[in-house]
Design a binder for this molecule. Structure first.
Ligand SMILES: [Zn+2]
Length: 77
């Protein structure tokens, strides 16, 4: 498994790709995909970059609890 990029040594992340019919390994630094043999399949597209950004923003929105729930009320004991 190409866990690290052979160019920049960054960690690669497995991404399931519908159009490529399988899992490819993405390097966020080089922005390209390799297969399980560490052969570069293609560059990451603008659309894919935008999708990942959208998902990250969504995750941040849904994983942030409202601040009032985190601050404890005093004198309730
Ligand atoms: Zn790389």
């Amino acid at each position: 498994m190409p866990l690290n990029c052979s160019k920049c040594q960054s960690r690669r992340y497995p991404q399931y790709s519908e159009s490529d019919k399988g899992t490819l390994w993405l390097c966020n630094t080089c922005q390209n995909y390799t297969d399980s043999e560490d052969v570069i399949i293609r560059e990451q597209t603008e659309q894919e970059r935008a999708d990942i950004r959208t998902k990250a923003e969504e995750f941040e929105r849904t994983s942030n609890f409202p601040s009032e729930k985190l601050s404890r009320r005093k004198g309730v004991n």
